[in-house]
Design a protein around this ligand. Sequence first.
Ligand SMILES: [Zn+2]
Length: 396
Amino acid sequence: MPAPSLPGGRADGVTLSQQEVARYSRHLIMPEVGMEGQKRLKAASVLLIGAGGLGSPLGLYLAAAGVGRLGLVDFDVVDFSNLQRQVLHGTPDVGRPKLQSARDRLLAINPEVKVETYETRLTSANALQLFESYDIIIDGTDNFPTRYLVNDACVLLRKPNVYGSIFRFDGQASVFWPPHGPCYRCLYPEPPPPGEVPSCAEGGVLGVLPGLVGCIQATEAIKLLIGTGEPLVGRLLHYDALAMKFREFRVRRNPKCPLCGDHPTITKLIDYEQFCGVRGQEAPAPAAASGLPEITVEELKARLDRGEKLFILDVRNPEEHQICRIAGSTLLPLAELPQRFHELDAERETVVHCKSGMRSAKAVAFLRQQGFRNLKNLKGGILAWADRVDRSMPKY
Ligand SMILES: [Zn+2]
């Protein structure tokens, strides 16, 4: 498909200083970019949703490439567990807001770029206003409510949405831009049931993976801005790092799409946490929501100290059990529970735990269906234990 181009004429009146000519010389000597393309980049604005795994390569390369105005939306603080892949941030940044750390790094790479930061959670109330003044929106989020929100806001504003997602060894990228091609809803009309698709925090991610997917997104953004090449519009690129294979799938605009179809029923932003069946990251643990019995880490510690013979069942994966475990606990991963629950004593008082309390709540609910009655879910999981009982325990 021919490259749809962004509103033209934006480079009129833009000039490059002597220093900028030197900085961008490897672009300027390519006919596909040239002075005109570089001026277009300087005149352009790109909004990055998320300054994490995907946002890192995106920010670094778009700043280096000379995109004139870069917006960043994030509300997180740099954590040690980010550093394995979020190369925008360094060890001395741990504890700082990601936006501060990102801004420092991007301006160090290219002080010619204007970096605008929005320390907020993207919501239906602020998305349209935030997106309004940017040419391209890049989705670097890691959750479904925000992904649908970014998609819908982009479609309503007719702005290109450069999409990427990552999990373990697999990545995806596309450009959603109705009416030139489909939107995210054409590809995935319904969100997955809550909890069915694990996040990177739950399932892990190869550190280099967001580097590659983010670079694909950055490439697509630059192509759209300078109006060259074949964009990923109408194509979903899938990357399998383990097999080192790229595959491409055609995605067509769905005429029945409720958002970008011929007779749209979604004409304004909705409640995306409700749509996706979650209430965001502060969702109450399912145990509390469904009245499953719980025990706090302090109560568990006190009972163990009194010598009570509680059975502690760890339903995490073996890799997690290797990182840290509560002394005396028995490992039986959640996925194996349906085949192996007969190994457990249904009468014995059992405390079930995982990392943060979500999987163990599922395990408790499942075991109750199998007739177990003497079960308690450890509230907050082993992370709460590491925070409040054994501070020498490594966290992950
Ligand atoms: Zn659509």
